[in-house]
Ligand binder design. Structure first.
Ligand SMILES: Cc1cc2nc3c(=O)[nH]c(=O)nc-3n(C[C@H](O)[C@H](O)[C@H](O)COP(=O)(O)O)c2cc1C
Length: 321
């Protein structure tokens, strides 16, 4: 267990923020597989300040198992503070600032990982957000902008001093994007520097990696990233190993099918049939990865706009075994 501010997490397994992926349906599944903390996708501060319906919907965590951290991104410290205040008013339990997104679309505006090469702005942003809300503020960051830079250490210290209550570190540089290895040594260094909790992220591909990361770095919690795509089971696997020392077998085919169907149903419930049909294609491709007949099945799924038909196609996996 660990605390973010006054909020006690039930365990050390944290679900990641994933743009276009960690929506309400994804989070409800992550929560049902035991996550102690989940994150929304990154949400634009300007969308919040202007009260855009689509943005506000992304920030809606009503009815979910708490705590959910709502992630905000932007480049202007003042509007980040205003956006954070909107999030708090709408019920966010924790506000997480994105200082890691590497995509050109984001960094060209001075947002996300670009803040790692503009520390005065990053500091001002943290101060504004912390001052604007009562709920705990956290920051998720990469290691630095260029390879070999450990800017994150200086930034994390400044963040702690400014009242931030936890840091998530993905120890790859912006330059690396998702290539190469995440350097867990930097997580260890950060943990030694700070008194607030450090959530370790990067290259957790199986439950044993989560255990090794905690052992090697002393981090307070772990956040699996890409491995969670079509695989919420990984949360349960990490939890069982960390809390009870037991290695679970992989999910059965039946469980994979049932979970994919539940994901489909939740997505439809929250986004409507049309959007769900479009968005679920990628999720279903992930759920069925490696299964016999999956490529042919995916082709068929990509040709239909009917959720009922998608569900029927997924069920054929069970029949084929
Ligand atoms: C498709 C995709 C979307 C992502 N979206 C976000 C995001 O919105 N906010 C964020 O802080 N990180 C985001 N990330 C980064 C992940 O949260 C995580 O830090 C990264 O994948 C490293 O962990 P891994 O090596 O276990 O995948 C995203 C990553 C991917 C692959």
């Amino acid at each position: 267990m660990f605390k973010i501010g006054t909020i006690l997490m039930a365990n050390r397994v944290v679900a990641p923020p994933l743009a276009g992926i960690s929506d309400k349906a994804y989070r409800i599944l992550a929560q049902s597989f035991g996550c102690g903390l989940t994150h929304t996708e990154m949400i634009s501060d300007m969308g919040l300040v202007y009260g855009q319906a689509r943005t506000l919907k992304m920030a809606d965590t009503a009815g979910e198992k708490p705590p959910v951290a709502v992630q905000i991104f932007g480049h202007d410290p003042v509007s980040m503070g205003r956006g954070a205040a909107v999030l708090e008013k709408n019920g966010a339990a924790i506000i997480d600032i994105n200082m890691g997104c590497p995509t050109p679309k984001v960094v060209k505006n001075g947002e996300g990982a670009a803040l790692l090469r503009d520390l005065p702005r990053a500091r001002a942003m943290i101060r504004e957000v912390v001052a604007a809300v009562e709920v705990p503020v956290t920051v998720k960051m990469r290691r630095g902008w260029s390879d070999g830079e450990d800017t994150c250490l200086e930034l994390a210290l400044a963040a702690e001093e400014a009242g931030v209550q936890a840091i998530t570190l993905h120890p790859r540089s912006r330059e690396q994007f998702f290539s190469g290895r995440a350097d867990w040594n930097v997580i260890k260094k950060m943990k030694q520097l700070l008194t607030i909790p450090v959530i370790g992220n990067g290259d957790i591909w199986k439950a044993e990696d989560a255990e090794n990361m905690i052992e090697q770095t002393g981090c307070d919690a772990v956040m699996p990233g890409r491995v969670t795509l079509g695989n919420p089971f990984i949360f349960r696997e990490c939890l069982q190993l960390l809390e009870h020392g037991c290695l679970l077998p992989p999910p059965t085919l039946e469980e994979r099918v049932e979970t994919a169907l539940l994901h489909l149903q939740l997505c439809c419930q929250y986004k409507g049939e049309k959007t769900a049909a479009r968005e679920m294609r990628k999720h279903l491709a992930w759920y069925t990865k490696g299964l016999r007949g999956a490529p042919r099945l995916r082709e068929k799924i990509n040709q239909t706009f009917s959720l009922e038909e998608m569900a029927a196609l997924i069920r054929t996996l069970e029949v084929r075994g």
